[in-house]
Each structure stands twice: as structure tokens, then as C-alpha cells.
Ligand binder design. Sequence first.
Ligand SMILES: [Zn+2]
Length: 351
Amino acid sequence: MTELSIGGISIAPGERRVIDVPVAPMYTHDDLSITVQVVRGKRPGPTLFISAAIHGDEINGVEIIRRVLQQKTLKNLRGTLLAIPIVNVYGFLNHTRYLPDGRDLNRSFPGSAKGSLTGRVAHTFVQEIVSKCSHGIDLHTGSRHRSNFPQIRADLDDPQARTMTEAFGVPLAIDAKIRDGSLRACAGDAGIPVLLYEAGEALRFEEVYIRAGVKGIINVMRSIGMLPKTRSKRTPPSPVISDQTSWVRAPESGILRTFVPLGGKVVTGQTIAMVADPLGTMETAILAPNDGMVIGRTNLPLVYEGDATFHIAQYGRKVAAVERHVERFHEEHLPDVDIDDSESMVDAPIT
Ligand SMILES: [Zn+2]
């Protein structure tokens, strides 16, 4: 693919430029656009999109993309990188997951040029970005007050998606069913493998998860031939895959105390949280319904009965391997507090 044109602007091999793709203006009459940074290598190769804030309040990925674009190794790029840090600009402005018409962009693909506002944004994104790509990585976080342990979700029956998942380098992967209307479903139908990186909580930055996301994207780019292979012998171990995950719901309404961290192991029957009334006269334990790892949890200690509290993935006998991976993951990505990064604020860790 030597011809590449986005938003009516063509980009030649070896060029790097920022393109604003117009979407529906604001009703204040201000223009609004989705900003794409296009980095084209001189040599041919895959075309990869990396996108964030499809859910407008999921912002870890915005910082991940900013850091990927600072990587010096991009001068070795083969093929083309399309970086879209903020897809749902409307939601991003309002700190919300949705668009102003109340719809969820990630349930509205492929959209339509004559549909709702959300459908039109989906359509524009597919036409201008996704349809020009051979691979994709879409960055998400948990929803408000909910945090996800870094994980890749992908259709692991697809050999390309599996290779990318193995290269990314996070400890956990979920063989996730495709949801109708999702970007992953829409791209998958067109034969474009897309990974979803889920890490952290909406409206927050988490340094370890951001670092892991940057590294993961670079690892995938090496594995699909966009960047030279690393000389380091320490390639990350393949993630442990689960296809069985479930939420544990609060049995009562009340004040929640949790006892297991994100990425922690649980065994069947273990007390993982207590729900009490504010006076402490009533108290109910929440028990782990099965063995597994906590891959998501609520950070809000106030629950109604039926609210989701812990998201547990089952790994059968592989759970010990997951535990080792998680430990190694933290060691690898925890910022070294003794290093004074103040000279380069580009990479300064967020605390
Ligand atoms: Zn999301």
C-alpha cells in the first residue's frame, strides 16, 4: 500500500504529520475533529492503528499513545503507524464514556453516514482509519470507580491476534467473545486483527499500567515487523489465557471493605470482602466462588446489593504461573524512585 490518504490529505512514505479529521461540530459553532498522527516509514510494512478514549473517560491510553509517539525507535519504522489518542472527543471533553446522544461508541460500529451522531463518528473512524489498516490496538480502562488489572482481550482463535497477544507482554489474556457493534467485531469482520488492552480505571493515570501499555505496543510492533527485533534476550513470557471470567456481586447493600488487591490470587471460599451497615450492626462476608485471579474490582466502598465487586478469572492449574507472571510484571514496570527524571519531563513517572 503506497498510497495513503486520510481526511483528504495524502501522506508519502517517510512523512510524519498530524491530520484533523472533521466530525460533527459543536452547537456553539466550534469545529471539532479527531486528531490522528500519521508516522510513515520509508520502507513498506504493516499499517497499525493505536486508538484510545473510544470511551471518553478512559484516559490511560491517551498518555500511552503520547509516550509511544516520543519513542526514538520510530525512526526505524517499516510501514505506517496511525495514532489516535482521543477517538470520542465529545466524551473526553465531558469526562464521560458516552457521546452527547447517550450512545456507546463501542457498541455502534461500523456506524453509518446517515445515522445518529455516534453512528456517524463510528462510520468516520472506520472509513478514515480502520479500513486503511492491517492491524489495530485499542486502549481501554475499567469504567468509573472500577479498575482492571492489565490484560489483553482478543479473539485468540485468530492466529494473528494470538501472535500479537503473546508479543504484548502482560501476564493475563482473556479469550474474549466479540461484542456486537464493537470496534473489535467490526475490524474482525474485515480481517483486521485488533487487540484490546484494558488497564486501570476511568479518569485516572496509573504509571505502571501506562508503562506496560507503551512497552506492549512497541513489543507488538517488533513482532509484526514494523520495528527491528530487540537484541535483549529477555523476551516477555506468553500471557496465561483464561476464557472463564465472572463478577462477584454484593449480597447486601452497605459499606464495602475489600481484602484482595488487583492481580491477587483467591481460593474458593476465601473471604475477599465484607459488607457492613454504617453502624456495624450487620455484617456479611463475600466469599470467592472459585479459585482464580482478581482481574477487576470496584474502588468505591459503597455498594447496593447486586453491584459488581470483584471480577475473577479462572486459570485452573495455571494459577501459580499467573502469580509468578504478576510478580515479575510489577518488578519490571515499577518506577525506580531513586532516579531523578526531572531533566526529561517527557518520561517522568506519574505518582
Ligand atoms: Zn472502554
